[in-house]
Design a protein around this ligand. Structure first.
Ligand code: GLU
Length: 494
């Protein structure tokens, strides 16, 4: 067999640096587990100043979803998981889309047949039976056909698949960076299909060919692939190739017993964004799902992506499945929102504020700082600020506050005393309003709360508001503030 082409392929493989790849199938959905795999893969590369590669695994044509690669690109871009080689930017070992590598797999499958580690199989079986691996190779008559006879049938145009020839006896051991050494008996492994009737490879074959030809040093993927790893090892050995470092990650679970899944409505990255979570918080939290920092950072929770790249060590990846906890994500998100520069927060909050507060003249830039420290997610903004547009119906009980020592009667008196003072204010500024209210309390020898609480209640009709009486007056403006106070007075029977 002429090996020139194969030797040329070998010559293209970069060596000497860490090379990792994220290899999603375009399903149109980047679930949290996928995102975490992408993160770990990227972090391993960046931590060692290696190369991060994006490869699209689209050989399962039945699962293709329109626009699905865009979801992958957009998610990675938004998350800052920059790739050094990929379908859109090319690279030394492209193409980076599996269907564009079709011929390559066929050639390697035939090479493996020549080497005796694979065979042509002409049996009519449903693809599903082949994929499920429920097939007893002891009964496959094609396994024992002579190569000459099989080739003759191929040349005669008979449809075939190419199957891996697993050794009849013995054991296969492989090493995983997280799970250690795993040994299986070869007679438990099936002669899996490598090349399908349509000439496309199975995932199980394509990933080995691609990882080798792309010079991948660390293969990071979900632990659902652990059981296939011995077969991959046998393929590497059959070709005489170096086995990469396997890094199998335990699943992200929705609860003790179930993996997160699209079917159960568990959120994708895009869903989390739509639910008001922000990217740095998602990335920080998702990285800690199944990985923990060590040493001086062991107790630390908050990291930027660059900081994670600095400290990410494989030894911190856990074997146990991690449970996705919305409450914990809320905690991370609230922290990131709180810590943002005010302008940056405003930029994020503006669409939500605009949606909730439509009255012209209301200063959204004044509202944003009031809610910044009071949100788990951006969706928490609207319900807190809706009263600016319209005073809700409220009960007079809101005026009664034990600690403030307010009740309906003294609230009525406070509002009646406050109204003319605010009416007479010529400068509607924070300081002006503040000094007027505090000055009135002083004059009446009352604690500030006796004035502030009734005013805040009359302005908002809510038990809890972002901002106190002074801020609300300022934001609502003089006319509307006075109108709401009059409404309060009349509602209290005054
Ligand atoms: N295409 C596979 C998936 O999306 C990737 C598995 C791998 O990384 O090897 O599950």
């Amino acid at each position: 067999m002429d090996m020139t082409w194969f030797n040329d392929m070998e010559a293209r493989i970069p060596h000497g640096k860490v090379r990792t790849r994220f290899a999603p199938s375009p399903t149109g959905y980047m679930h949290v587990g996928n995102l975490r795999t992408a993160l770990y893969t990227w972090l391993i590369a960046r931590h060692q100043e290696g190369t991060f590669i994006l490869r699209i695994e689209d050989t399962d044509q039945g699962r293709l979803v329109e626009g699905a690669t865009d979801v992958i690109y957009n998610t990675l871009k938004e998350c800052g998981l920059t790739w050094d080689e990929g379908p859109d930017i090319g690279g030394p070992v492209g193409p980076y889309i599996q269907t564009e590598r079709r011929d390559t797999y066929g050639k390697y499958a035939h090479l493996l047949v020549e080497k005796g580690h694979a065979y042509y199989c002409f049996c009519e079986k449903a693809e599903s039976a082949e994929d499920s691996g429920e097939f007893d190779r002891a009964e496959d008559p094609c396994r024992n056909l002579s190569l000459a006879e099989a080739k003759a049938r191929v040349e005669a145009g008979e449809p075939y698949v190419i199957r891996q020839r697993i050794p009849e006896s013995g054991q296969t051991t492989f090493h995983d960076a997280i799970f250690g050494d795993i040994t299986v008996d070869n007679d438990t492994l099936d002669d899996q299909v490598l090349l399908k009737r349509d000439g496309l490879p199975t995932y199980n074959f394509a990933n080995v060919i691609d990882d080798h030809l792309m010079g991948i040093t660390h293969v990071v993927r979900g632990s659902e692939y652990l059981s296939s790893a011995p077969k991959y090892n046998l393929l590497y050995e059959a070709f005489g190739w170096e086995v990469p470092t396997y890094v199998h990650c335990s699943p992200v679970m929705r609860d003790q017993h179930n993996k997160m899944s699209k079917r159960h409505g568990d959120p994708s990255y895009e869903d989390l964004k739509a639910q008001g979570y922000i990217t740095p918080a998602i990335l920080n939290y998702v990285t800690l799902l199944g990985w923990a920092p060590k040493g001086e950072n062991a107790e630390r929770e908050f990291f930027t992506l660059d900081e994670l790249a600095e400290i990410f060590e494989l030894s911190g990846v856990s074997k146990s499945p991690a449970i996705f906890d919305k409450e914990k994500l809320n905690y991370f998100n609230a922290h990131y929102l709180r810590e943002m520069e005010p302008q940056a927060f405003y930029a994020l909050a503006e669409p939500y504020l605009k949606e909730a507060v439509k009255t012209p003249g209301i200063g959204l830039t004044l509202i944003a700082p009031l809610v910044q420290g009071r949100c788990d997610t951006l969706l928490d903004i609207a319900p807190q600020v809706d009263f600016f547009d319209e005073l809700p119906q409220y009960s007079n009980e809101l005026y009664c506050h034990k600690k403030m020592k307010t009740d309906e009667q003294n609230s009525l008196e406070a509002l009646k005393a406050t109204l003319p003072v605010l009416e007479g204010l010529t400068q509607w500024t924070y300081d002006g309003i503040h000094d007027a209210l505090v000055g009135l309390a002083e004059k009446l020898e009352l604690k500030n709360g006796r004035i502030m609480w009734p005013v805040r209640t009359a302005l908002s009709g809510k038990a809890v508001t972002p901002g106190g009486a002074v801020e609300l007056c300022l934001i609502l403006g003089k006319e509307e503030s006075l109108r709401r106070m009059e409404k309060g007075i009349s509602q209290l029977g005054g």
